[in-house]
Design a protein around this ligand. Structure first.
Ligand code: BEZ
Length: 389
């Protein structure tokens, strides 16, 4: 009699333990690994991405898909040689559920490789490396930002439309710089222009004088530049200090003047750039976003803040589709892939390669704003060359 009673009791306890494990996992916080630069020329960009991400989570009451969010952080220093170690700190040591980052294309290429090898969800919140949504594309790899090709190609078209025939390009010699120049060249030469020379210097050097002297002696119709963060501030100031802005218009992918205008001051006034964001879109979603961002962080939002905010929105869409179960990567990925993101830049969906299909705005610097002057290319999708999903 006693024996008969004991067996079901043990069975009940075992069943309770078995059931308790998944319930506990379901209630545990989601571990978000933020791999961003906190030092170096892109440090401020990293802060804006982090702040944008956290602001969206705070707006949702601190939860996405009904789950608390726990952050783990690594300063990647925008150093590709440390990228494997850094991403493994998040994946292996901290056991994060999702990686969010980074700014530098070279670092992001390693993140994508390691994320694929470990079947970890990755949302790239800035780096434009074309390969991430090209040959390296994958089911768990997403981007909330842009491909290097997108704003550059649009600027090439604009420069050709403005009647320029001969352009010199200048950039840092790494993936983002070379791909940006390539995208610009494609758009510009399709419109009848010719890139006469490509100038470059190693990342993150800012000794521009010798290259500016070459530009002055070449006298092109215009210059196209890719720089960002602290390097962009220095380049635009040096270009103006050399007097080149008086005779040779300086164009760029919009990173050249985004988040940099207070430091660039007069030297940037009047410049035209192309990007998937502008400071005065004047749509209700963006107005509300900018107001909340300025109140929360005491600085104006920029494109990097938008990309961080939208990375959080993408994660939220995935978690909604999986009922909060981050371990169900098939459902999370499918949810992100089909979501329409209500971004401050304007609503967008992802292409089949998981890169935003988005309007690229033509902007002009006025005061501390990149003011919209029109849409350079509507609903521009990256060509995703080499992506086999
Ligand atoms: C990049 O490395 O992809 C990048 C860095 C800063 C701004 C834009 C792109």
């Amino acid at each position: 009699m006693q024996q008969k009673y004991k067996i079901p009791q043990i069975a009940v306890m075992a069943a309770a333990l078995f059931l308790a494990a998944p319930i506990h996992a379901q209630n545990a916080p989601i571990k978000v690994g933020l791999m961003l630069p906190a030092t170096g020329t892109f440090a401020n960009l990293g802060t804006m991405i982090e702040n944008g991400f956290k602001m969206y989570v705070a707006e949702q009451g601190g939860k996405l898909g009904g789950r608390e969010i726990q952050y783990f952080k690594v300063d990647d220093e925008s150093d590709p040689s440390k990228a494997t170690d850094n991403v493994n700190k998040l994946i292996k040591r901290d056991q994060v559920d999702v990686l969010v980052g980074t700014v530098h294309s070279g670092v992001a290429l390693t993140m994508a490789k390691v994320a694929k090898e470990n079947n970890t969800l990755l949302i790239v919140a800035n780096a434009g490396a074309d390969a991430i949504t090209g040959p390296m594309c994958g089911k768990n790899i997403f981007r909330s930002s842009f491909s290097n090709w997108q704003p550059a190609y649009a600027m090439g078209k604009v420069a050709a439309d403005r009647g320029h025939k001969k352009v010199v390009t200048i950039t840092w010699n790494y993936a983002a710089g070379t791909e940006s120049v390539k995208g610009f060249t494609e758009g510009f030469e399709a419109g009848g222009g010719k890139v006469s020379q490509n100038l470059n210097l190693p990342f993150p050097n800012v000794e521009f004088q010798a290259l500016l002297t070459q530009i002055a002696s070449q006298k092109p119709d215009a210059v196209y530049a890719f720089f960002a963060g602290g390097g962009a501030v220095k380049f635009v100031k040096d270009y103006a200090a050399a007097g080149l802005n008086k005779t040779i218009p300086l164009y760029g992918a919009g990173f050249l003047t985004d988040g940099t205008l207070e430091a660039q001051g007069d030297s940037a006034q009047g410049m035209f750039t192309t990007l998937h964001y502008a400071d005065n879109l004047n749509i209700p979603r963006d107005n509300q976003f900018r107001l909340n961002f300025a109140k929360t962080y005491k600085v104006n939002a920029d494109v990097y803040a938008v990309q961080g905010y939208d990375a959080a929105q993408m994660l939220a869409a995935g978690l909604k589709a999986s009922g909060g179960d981050i371990k169900n990567l098939d459902k999370v990925s499918a949810g992100i892939a089909r979501a329409e993101i209500d971004s401050p830049r304007g609503k967008f969906k992802l292409s089949a390669s998981h890169n935003p299909v988005q309007d690229i705005y033509l902007r002009q610097v006025k005061g501390n704003n990149n003011e919209i002057r029109g849409i350079a290319v509507k609903a521009l999708a990256d060509p995703a060359r080499g992506c086999r999903m």
